[in-house]
Design a protein around this ligand. Structure first.
Ligand SMILES: C[S@@+](CC[C@H](N)C(=O)[O-])C[C@H]1O[C@@H](n2cnc3c(N)ncnc32)[C@H](O)[C@@H]1O
Length: 288
């Protein structure tokens, strides 16, 4: 997966999308301040989301899957269930990690679930890729009990307390059957404590059921990540950092005084210094 070509193709679509509207106000809602949730069903919001975050997140997910496979005792293949998978950036990350390790693509078995079928999703020609367009909280249990990775890629904070309680039930109702199950989340730093509590709650439920025992916990802060800078095409970076000026209404000064238009100029992420993920591993208890 070539990240630059991916960005260029999303950018070409984004440029034509914004030419067809008179105001870019909707894009101001792409913000995670005050626990707000953007309307991911909007195509322009998806495009801007990917342009701002895709390279940084793909690198983060790649590092996460590499770290996971490098942990002592890891199984040799990944069978992932990704909750809130979006356009599958974590799938690209896993794919890249596996390629980097010289492993064949069929080591990767991936299922993603999302209430929205995002544009720009691709199977990367892997027939072991599944996507469920569904609200995960409406299930009784997860559709795959053979997984060894349960991952929340920047999604655990997107659930309200009420919907998280339902999601919690869904996970607890799942009769996981692998020898090992890794409960993992990659999160935004703004909600670390709450997100970690949610992950621990899931782990506690699985421990209480009695089939698994805690093996290890891994926190990416232990990786000593200094925050590497990542390549980002300069022209796209410049365009997005001045996005406000491409809003026709703003140019006609209709919106003078609306200072939140500045948020349109939020810069794309160009480094991995914010990186934060956790891995909590459970292993199956020996049967007597
Ligand atoms: C911040 S986005 C993360 C997308 C992607 N994982 C990434 O790394 O870019 C959170 C995703 O969670 C999804 N989501 C939120 N609530 C959900 C639910 N109840 N069931 C399924 N997906 C949900 C949203 O639709 C959104 O795509």
């Amino acid at each position: 997966m070539d990240i630059t070509s991916f960005l260029e193709s999303v950018f070409a679509d984004f440029s034509s999308s914004i030419k067809s509207v008179d105001r870019l106000c909707i894009l101001k809602t792409l913000s995670f301040l005050n626990s707000s949730t953007p309307d991911y069903s909007n195509r322009m919001i998806q495009q801007l989301y990917l342009l701002r975050y895709a390279p940084a997140y793909i690198y983060e997910y790649e590092a996460f899957y590499e770290a996971l496979m490098d942990l002592e005792g890891s199984t040799s293949f990944l069978r992932i269930f990704s909750i809130g998978s979006g356009s599958g950036l974590d799938y690209y990350g896993a794919y890249r990690a596996i390629k980097k390790k010289g492993l064949p693509p069929d080591f990767l078995y991936y299922s993603g679930i999302d209430v929205i079928d995002w544009y720009y999703r691709t199977t990367l020609n892997n027939h072991r890729y599944y996507f469920y367009k569904q609200d995960v909280t409406r299930l009784y249990s997860l559709p795959d009990r053979f997984i060894n990775v349960l991952f929340f890629p920047k999604s655990i904070s997107e659930f309200s307390n009420e919907s998280f309680s339902r999601l919690f039930e869904v996970i607890c109702n799942t009769a996981f059957s692998r020898e090992q199950i890794n409960i993992c989340a990659s999160v935004r730093r703004s909600r670390l404590e709450d997100d970690y509590k949610r992950l621990v709650k899931i782990v506690e439920c699985l421990l209480l059921k009695g089939d698994y025992t805690l093996d290890l916990t891994h926190n990416s802060l232990e990786d000593n990540v200094q925050g590497e800078s990542i390549f980002y095409p300069e022209d796209i970076f410049h365009f997005l950092s001045n996005l406000r000026d491409y809003c026709p209404a703003y140019r006609r000064r209709i919106c003078r005084g609306e200072r939140d238009c500045d948020t349109l100029n939020r810069k794309p992420m160009k480094d991995t210094g914010y990186r934060q993920y956790w891995i909590i591993r459970l292993v199956r208890k020996e049967r007597n």
